[in-house]
Structure formats: C-alpha cells, structure tokens
Design a protein around this ligand. Structure first.
Ligand SMILES: [Zn+2]
Length: 497
C-alpha cells in the first residue's frame, strides 16, 4: 500500500460527553471544528475506564483495561514494559514517528506513560493554577534524552515539590490565581494579550514538530489539552483589569474543603462553576480550530485520521461527585468520541453499541491497514459500532483508597470512597461497590443520568452485565494494595484546615 495516513489523538482532559455535545452546538464560526464534527463518526455511548487521568491514558495508549495492565490495579500506569505494547511503539514498527504534547504533567516521562514516544513535551503541575502564557514547552525530551531545542527535561515528581502546599489556597480563592496569572504574563511579555489558556505552547510546538518531519514519514501525534480542568478562571478579555475578581464571579473551587466536609457548593456556586466549565469547553473549541488549521497547513500524504475524545468527565456537586478522580457518575465516565477516518461513516443515525477508550488502539490499526494485535477486551470500533449492542464495556473507581483517609468527611466517604466497578450493556448500567453486596442497576433509556437505582427487590436480568462486574470487583478487591502516600494530615494542617 502507499504511504499510511498520519494519525492524531486529541484528548480534551476533563470534558464530559454530555457537556461537550451541549457546547458543540455553539461552535458556529469555528468552521474547521464544525466540519470535523460533521464528518466524523460520533459514538454517543463511549465510556472512560476510570474517572481520572492516569488509568484512562494508560488504557488509550495500550488498548487494555487498567486491571489488565497490571496485577496491581492501584498501579497500572507504567505501561512501557515487557509484554505491553503501546500505540506509539506499534506505529513505530510501521514506520511512524510519534510525538506527545501534553498540558497534563501526568502524561509525561514522570509516570512512564510516554516512554515509547519519539518526542514528548509536557506541562508543569502548577500550570492549571498559574497560567504563564509561555509559547515554549517547559519540559521536553526525546527517546534519546533531553531535547535542548525545546526546553529542559525535569524529573521532579509533582508530589515532591514544596510549592504544592500553595496550590490548594489558590483553589480556595481562585480569583487570586487568576490575578497572579495576569501579573506573571504582564511581566513576562507586556505586549501580548493575556490568556487563561493552559499550556498555549502546544499549538506552536505541534507545528514546529510537524514541519520538522520528512514528507514520506507518517506521523502519530498525541495531544492533551487541559483547559477544562479546575480551577476555572473567567477569560481576561471579557472582564478587563488585573485586580482579583469578586467572589461571585469566580466561585470557590475547593475540592479539599469538600472532601473534609467543610464546604459544599451551593446551587448558585454549582451553576456558576458549570457556566465557567462551558466557557472553558468553548475555549477548547477555539484551540481545536487552530490545531485543525495546523494539521491542514502541515498535511502530507492522505487525509489524517483524527480521534477526538477525553480521559474522563467532570462533575459539579449536583450528583455525588465534585470535579473528578473518584466516583462512577455518568458525568465522570461518559466521554466524547469522534473519529474521522476512512471506513467509519458519519451516518445520520449514531451507532448504538458501547465503546471504550481501550478500543482506540485496534480501531486505529484497522484504519491504517495494520490490524494485527491481539488484545483481550478491546475491539475495533468498526466491528462494534452497529452490532455491538450486546457487548459490555467496563470501568472502575478505586476510591480515595486509603486507610489513612480518616480525614475525609463521612458523607463524602460514603459517596465516593471504596472500590466501585461498573458495566454497561444494552440500556443498562450496573455498579458494584463499595462492598461486594451493594449492587445498583440503572435503566439508561428512561434515566439517562443513572440517578434511580432499579435493582431493589428484583432478580438479576440476563441482559445486565452483573456477573462480569461482580467478578472483576472480587478480583480487584482481592489484589489491591495501598501505596504509602503524601503526609496528608500535615499538609492539611499547613493549609489551615
Ligand atoms: Zn484527566
């Protein structure tokens, strides 16, 4: 066959399926984004494997559920090891060059997720709090070591950084984080318009990298954009001045206080957070337009294959969850999934089958004509899209997961702590946890946000994936271990809790 197409995976971190669909209706004027969404096959039944970044990205790159990646389900994340092939290494065998540009510092050499990429650049953990506006990546490396052309490589794990103590204060009073961001940008580059974008270096770095690749070499680009992650700052342009904003304009976004039971967002605060979240997703649309424009400008070879998805969603306290990391609510587990590729039609009727982030690897390999890997659970979406109604997909939340979590309020612990395993099949969602005896079933046809448990007082129905969900609950709870964590109590005291 001729030259294989370029492949891109664009991860909009923290963007839930429901909110993306809602905001995408207001993408008028973003012509490339509108065309992309129109031409792509859209999967409305796409599920993340977990409500946070690490396991989801590991599953996207390896085509395996987190509990298939590692015997220890608490640590499925060092995926570049014997026996596990990742997408960049499979594509390298086919002649591809690969690059990962991630605003999220967890998708980096710090966690081993990116070890198989030829080049990688990533953000700092505090970029979500202080938006510096820099157009060069703060960290970059290649498979052969640090890349002096793009910045220095940092190996300091986020949790070791003493500045970590300051970050939650900025989340408690995000108006000050926004103000600090403004001041830093004014000092660094007084003539540029201030921006609330996180890691705006991604677009120029992508363009530079693409222009540096040979005409005949197919490329694989993996991008993570983090603008929908909390804390949310109102854009500078619409609000003027550099003073900290009043509380009602930038609501408290204090996850730690929520965990401790010291703060619960009022319905007014929930609405304000939701508005800021939607505005962040609209901002992501603008960045997507720029990225699609760069892909057009740098295009060589056949039409590039593009996957647009997310690693998990985000919640604002109206269900049991706030933000993400723990919990199995629909707002956390359902993600957007758009694929523009030959062989996947963008027909008017959305495919009914369930798809998972693990399906991206075999789907892309099928599209580029290299469908050779044998993965235990993942399926090429081409196969499940229309007749996959009976195929279940799974997810899990490991909870706060520590005996040391005694500082978490009992209400919050009851809502989100403990292992919970989830299966989706046909119109049913089944969850097991936080103990093996607690089973909840939801009928998504009549209850799309899965808020009403229908399992009380009735027998298990053969159309529900309960046996599988129970089996992997048992397996994970039998093998889980707890890693020693941060000195949590000390930090909480230092933050004034
Ligand atoms: Zn994430």
């Amino acid at each position: 066959m001729g030259r294989r197409p370029d492949v891109f995976i664009l991860v909009l971190d923290c963007v839930s399926a429901h909110e993306f669909s809602f905001v995408a209706q207001q993408f008028q004027g973003l012509d490339r984004v509108e065309r992309f969404l129109h031409e792509s096959a859209k999967f409305e039944r796409a599920v993340a494997v977990a409500p946070w970044t690490l396991p989801s990205h590991a599953s996207i790159l390896a085509g395996l559920y987190p509990w298939e990646l590692s015997p220890d389900p608490e640590k499925p994340f060092r995926i570049a090891r014997p026996g596990v092939r990742t997408l960049p290494s499979l594509l390298r065998d086919l002649g591809y060059r690969s690059c990962c540009l991630s605003a999220n510092c967890l998708v980096s050499p710090l966690t081993g997720l990116t070890d198989d990429f030829d080049a990688c650049a990533w953000g700092r953990w505090w970029d979500i709090y202080v938006r510096t506006g820099g157009l060069r990546p703060p960290n970059a490396t290649t498979r052969h070591g640090a890349d002096p052309a793009h910045g220095s490589s940092s190996k300091v794990a986020p949790s070791q950084n003493p500045l970590l103590d300051v970050a939650p204060l900025l989340a408690r009073a995000p108006s000050y984080g926004r103000w600090v961001s403004h001041v830093v940008q004014k000092v660094r580059s007084p003539s540029s318009p201030p921006t609330t974008n996180i890691a705006p270096w991604i677009e120029p770095t992508l363009r530079r990298w693409l222009l540096g690749q040979g005409e005949d070499t197919p490329v694989f680009g993996f991008l993570n954009l983090l603008d929908a992650h909390e804390p949310y700052y109102p854009p500078f342009s619409s609000s003027g001045g550099a003073k900290p904003m009043p509380r009602e304009r930038v609501p408290r976004q204090d996850r730690t206080g929520w965990l401790l039971g010291r703060w619960t967002p009022s319905s007014h605060e929930q609405e304000a957070l939701q508005r800021l979240y939607r505005s962040a997703i609209r901002g992501l649309g603008i960045r997507l337009e720029r990225i699609l424009s760069i892909l057009e400008e740098c295009r060589r070879g056949p039409d590039p294959v593009i996957v647009l998805t997310s690693d998990h969603g985000q919640a604002f306290g109206s269900d049991r969850a706030l933000f993400h990391s723990h919990g199995t609510e629909e707002a956390l587990l359902r993600v957007p999934m758009y694929i523009r590729a030959p062989g996947l039609s963008s027909g008017s009727r959305p495919p009914r089958g369930w798809v998972s982030l693990i399906d991206i690897v075999p789907t892309l390999l099928r599209v580029i004509g290299a469908d050779t890997t044998a993965l235990p659970s993942a399926r090429a979406i081409q196969d499940v899209a229309n007749d996959g109604w009976s195929r279940p997909v799974f997810a899990y939340s490991t909870g706060i997961g520590m005996p040391r979590a005694s500082w978490v309020s009992p209400q919050v612990r009851q809502a989100i702590d403990g292992l919970r395993t989830v299966g989706y099949q046909a119109n049913k969602k089944v969850t097991v946890g936080p103990t093996a005896g607690v089973v909840e079933t939801f009928d998504l046809e009549t209850d799309p946000f899965a808020r009403t448990n229908t399992s009380r007082g009735r027998e298990w129905d053969a159309g529900e994936p309960l046996p599988e969900v129970l089996a992997f609950y048992e397996r994970i709870s039998a093998s889980r271990t707890f890693a020693p964590g941060l000195p949590v109590e000390r930090r909480l005291k230092s933050w004034g809790y």
